[in-house]
Design a binder for this molecule. Structure first.
Ligand code: ADP
Length: 162
C-alpha cells in the first residue's frame, strides 16, 4: 500500500489545499492530511478545530485520514509507514522553500520522498494569508474556500478583530 502524508497549518483551509488533497488521493492508496501544531504561532483556529473542518471537507474522499501532530514531520511520516510527503507548489517562492525542506527531510530519512503537486490555475495564487486579509477587509472569499467554511472563517476573523 502506497501511503503519503500531506502536512500544513491549514489555517484556514483553502480550495488550493483541497485541490492538492484530491490530486494526492488519486495517486496514493492512503493520504494522511496532518495539521502541524505550532504552539508559538498565533492561529485563527485551534488544531482540534482545523482537524474537524478538514474531516468535514474531505469526507467524500475514502482514502484520506485527518490527524494532527506536534512531532517532527519525518518521525510522524515514519510512524504512518509513508513513502512520500506531499507539498503544494504555487510559485518560485514555494519552490525555494520546498527545496530546503526536502533536503532537510531526506537527510533524516532517505526512503521518504517529497512529491510536489501543482494546483489548478484557479487556485495558484491562493494562500491562507491572503484569505484572512480579504475577509478582514470585507471581501468575498466564497470562491477561495470550501463553501461550508465561509461563515466560520468570517465569524472567527470578526471575533479576533483581525
Ligand atoms: P499556507 O499558509 O501557504 O496556505 P500551509 O502550511 O497551510 O500554508 O500549506 C500546506 C501546503 O499546501 C504547502 O505545501 C503549501 O505550499 C501548499 N499550498 C498552500 N496553498 C496552496 C495553493 N493555493 N495551491 C497549492 N498548494 C498550496
Amino acid at each position: 500500500m502506497k501511503i503519503a502524508v500531506y502536512p500544513g497549518s491549514f489555517d484556514p483551509i483553502s480550495n488550493g489545499h483541497l485541490d492538492i488533497i484530491e490530486r494526492a488521493a488519486k495517486i496514493f492508496d492512503k493520504v494522511y492530511v496532518v495539521i502541524s501544531i505550532n504552539l508559538t504561532k498565533e492561529t485563527l483556529f485551534t488544531p482540534d478545530e482545523r482537524v474537524l473542518m478538514m474531516k468535514d471537507v474531505t469526507q467524500h474522499l475514502d482514502n484520506v485520514i485527518v490527524e494532527q501532530t506536534s512531532e517532527l514531520l519525518i518521525k510522524y511520516a515514519q510512524s504512518r509507514n509513508a513513502i512520500a510527503i506531499i507539498r503544494g507548489l504555487r510559485n518560485f517562492i514555494d519552490y525555494q522553500y520546498e527545496m530546503t525542506l526536502f533536503q532537510f527531510n531526506r537527510r533524516i530519512d532517505n526512503d521518504i520522498d517529497t512529491f510536489l503537486l501543482f494546483p489548478s490555475a484557479d487556485n495558484l495564487f491562493l494562500s491562507s494569508t491572503s484569505i484572512k486579509e480579504l475577509v478582514a477587509f470585507g471581501g468575498d472569499i466564497s470562491a477561495y474556500v470550501p463553501k461550508e467554511l465561509v461563515k466560520p472563517i468570517q465569524k472567527r476573523i470578526k471575533e479576533k478583530k483581525l
